[in-house]
Design a protein around this ligand. Structure first.
Ligand code: FPP
Length: 246
């Protein structure tokens, strides 16, 4: 029986910190970009699998605000991979009814990447079976700063009272406005931290850490993570007995 036949239920929203490309390449005495290229193959397989098993939202941390500090050659290489990925995947996204969204500071990306990104976002905007969020130049703290500034501006303009600021209104000013919070966050590559990813949205997200480096994280590893998620009890602050009574 295939691993995928064992799934009990799928989370609505999975977020992934795709870590370990560089070390995967170094283990093979190859340049870091070789690992990122292999990482793109994992992206393809994970997007396809997620769509097939019925994940509604998949958020991939492809480039953080801090990643701009990497050596210029690596940044340029990653931007090139991203552009080629978007160009090559448009047809597949349309065929599989996948809507592309970007979470992050799109305006910091190179103009040619922005152009392909805008085109892919606009051509897939009415696709409904799955939303693929690419986190690009994304930072959770800067996302919150931007949300707070928007809310403050609305208060100053008199269109919002400060007393009306709520968890919902903050959520509505984030890049993920209108989307459910992640149910499951996966981090590959053996580190156990959030690295400024979806800080607000992950307050009740189940965390799953694996030693497997991103280029080796494929369909079977995703199914295993979901099966482990399914064995957990999400209590949202309540006690187990209350949940059983519901
Ligand atoms: C972290 O590994 C990975 C990244 C910073 C980039 C992730 C990019 C891709 C998977 C490919 C491009 C993405 C798309 C969506 C086409 P690391 O370099 O920090 O690895 P290390 O911790 O082993 O050094």
């Amino acid at each position: 029986m295939a691993e995928s036949d064992n799934i009990l239920a799928v989370p609505r929203h999975i977020a992934i910190i795709m870590d370990g490309n560089g070390r995967w390449a170094e283990e093979r005495y190859r340049p870091r970009l070789f690992g990122h290229k292999a990482g793109v193959d994992s992206v393809r397989e994970i997007v396809e699998t997620s769509r097939t098993i019925g994940i509604e939202f998949l958020t991939l941390y492809a480039f953080s605000t801090e990643n701009w500090n990497r050596p210029p050659g690596e940044v340029t290489g990653l931007m090139g991979l991203l552009k080629r990925y978007l160009q090559s995947e448009l047809k597949t996204m349309l065929k599989n009814d996948i809507r592309l969204c970007c979470v992050g500071q799109q305006n910091r990306l190179p103009t040619d990447v922005q152009a392909v990104l805008h085109q892919t976002i606009s051509e897939t905007q009415s696709c409904q079976s799955m939303t693929l969020n690419l986190a690009l130049s994304y930072g959770g703290r800067s996302e919150l700063v931007q949300a707070v500034r928007h809310l403050a501006q609305k208060c100053q303009d008199g269109v919002l009272q400060w007393q009306e600021i709520s968890e919902l209104s903050i959520s509505e000013h984030l890049f993920t406005a209108g989307q459910p919070d992640p149910d499951l966050l996966i981090r590959t590559g053996g580190e156990h931290r959030l690295s400024n990813f979806l800080l607000w949205q992950t307050s009740y997200t189940e965390l799953y850490f694996t030693e497997v480096k991103w280029p080796d994280f494929r369909k079977d590893q995703l199914i295993e993570a979901i099966n482990i998620y399914n064995r957990r009890q999400r209590r949202f602050g309540k006690i187990g007995a209350q949940l059983q009574a519901e």
